[in-house]
Design a protein around this ligand. Structure first.
Ligand SMILES: [Zn+2]
Length: 465
């Protein structure tokens, strides 16, 4: 009897606090944490993420939220915090990374660690990548704790180190030494966004999968000789012919649930020309011309269709009058999650069709491969609902061509969704992108993301009765 009354009270308290959030007050506090995090220099390398961990730990200590500091290297701590639920559902993990890429401070209009506010934006290294997410994760934990919100599942917050460079002190350490502390059914992390155009939110991109980085060396060999007597057997000549063949090759196209839905939805919200182009990918008679258009004009989308090859380093030769006996290229290969790489390399060899050229796969190049996360799960549906409610926009699942730390979690079986704030679609071209010299985020976008995340969490984690 007393237990029931207590549970009712807690549940009521949770619902009441979820509905009566004083958002202007929350936004002020969120902005304060966000700016404080940007002002901590965590450029990686060396990282020094423990300085950010100290900041978060002090805030959580003051509110009675227990934390674990997980550090392989004392200067490069990760922070994990957990609010317990009743265990009827498996945990949800909110993850953000505290490290940033380097800066060339001389190029910045506002000092990179000033978190300067100007014209409705906050400027600074990490403004977009990824301190807004750390701040919003912190704020979510604070609201849940203060509201005494009754939870059906544990809510875990992880501020990870080492995302931008070597991942050993960050996600790899968490997985190796703290798996039980971060293991969850589902994770929300970076690399999604709400695409704005002319000041209007248009659609939300949720990253549900990513390509896997692979690498290979392409080595051409031939007789050496005198540069005054060019030879058709030249290693440099054979290498350059092979580079041209693989770089212009259109490897077999293949969709998964995410990429199929991505192009279908882009078609459904696009102009008539865009609709024809994206729908054309599914029409055998038109697919080749759609692919050719994407190859030329939309390389990011083209890369989503197949395993891609980019020749990025070439070397060979040492003196102008010497024909070298060897020349080589390093290839950045980004494979579809289900690619059979030995078979793919065999296809490449056939495309090159030259016994003087050898393909040598490199064993490890970064993050593991994993199938995309489902787009029909409870959490994915809650994300769709929150995007409709908060932004009035449709949700489009997307597969990154580059890799994030979600790859490690997906490989361990956690469904991961990359979510993110609303960003004007030409902001990157104007020089305000992540990793750029004027990284920035609209304050309004930060606040709206917070509401979005709160809506998702209360939908999938808060006890309903
Ligand atoms: Zn990032």
């Amino acid at each position: 009897m007393r237990t029931t009354a207590f549970l009712l009270l807690v549940a009521f308290g949770g619902l009441a606090s979820a509905q009566n959030i004083d958002w202007p007050k929350v936004n002020d506090e969120l902005l304060r944490h966000y700016q404080a995090l940007i002002r901590i220099d965590t450029t990686d390398p060396p990282g020094n993420e423990s300085k950010a961990v100290d900041y978060i730990r002090k805030v959580f200590d003051a509110e009675g939220i227990p934390v674990i500091v997980a550090a392989k290297d004392p200067a490069r701590g990760n922070l994990i915090a957990r609010l317990k639920g009743n265990g009827s559902k498996r945990p949800i993990l909110l993850m953000g990374h505290t490290d940033t890429v380097q800066v060339d401070a001389s190029k910045w209009k506002f000092p990179p660690f000033s978190a300067m506010r100007d014209g409705g934006y906050v400027y600074g290294r990490g403004a977009l990548d990824n301190k807004w997410q750390v701040a919003a994760g912190m704020m979510t934990m604070l609201l849940l704790k203060r509201g005494g919100v009754a939870l059906d599942r544990d809510v875990i917050f992880a501020a990870e180190a080492g995302e931008e460079a070597a991942t050993e002190p960050g996600i790899e350490h968490l997985i190796a030494e703290h798996w039980k502390d971060i293991d969850a059914e589902v994770c929300l992390a970076e690399s999604g966004s709400v695409v704005r155009n002319n000041g209007r939110d248009r659609y939300a991109l949720v990253q549900t999968g990513e390509k896997q980085p692979n690498g290979a060396r392409m080595v051409a060999r031939g007789p050496s000789g005198h540069g005054s007597r060019p030879m058709r057997t030249s290693a440099v000549l054979h290498l350059s012919q092979a580079i041209e063949k693989v770089a212009l090759w259109d490897p077999p196209m293949r969709f998964n649930d995410t990429t199929r839905t991505y192009f279908e939805k882009l078609a459904s919200i696009g102009t008539p020309e865009e609709a024809e182009r994206y729908n054309g990918l599914f029409n055998p008679a038109k697919a080749a011309s759609s692919r050719e258009y994407l190859a030329e004009h939309e390389p990011g989308r083209y890369s989503m269709l197949h395993t891609s090859i980019s020749p990025d380093i070439i070397s060979g030769g040492f003196q102008i009058n010497v024909i070298p006996s060897q020349a080589e290229a390093t290839l950045d290969i980004r494979s579809l999650p289900d690619e059979n790489m030995p078979a793919f390399y065999d296809m490449m060899r056939k495309v090159i069709n030259d016994p003087a050229v050898e393909i040598i796969p490199e064993s490890k190049n970064g993050r593991p491969g994993a199938p995309p996360s489902p787009i029909d799960s409870e959490v994915y549906r809650a994300i769709e609902a929150a995007n409709r409610k908060i932004y009035q926009v449709p949700t489009i699942p997307t597969m990154s061509t580059a890799a994030t730390d979600m790859a490690f979690l997906r490989a361990k079986g956690i469904a991961c969704y990359g979510v993110g704030p609303a960003i004007e679609d030409d902001d990157a071209a104007k020089g305000f992108a992540a990793h750029s010299d004027q990284e920035r985020l609209r304050e309004e976008s930060l606040y709206k993301f917070m509401e979005f995340q709160w809506d998702v969490l209360t939908s999938v984690a808060m006890s309903k009765k």
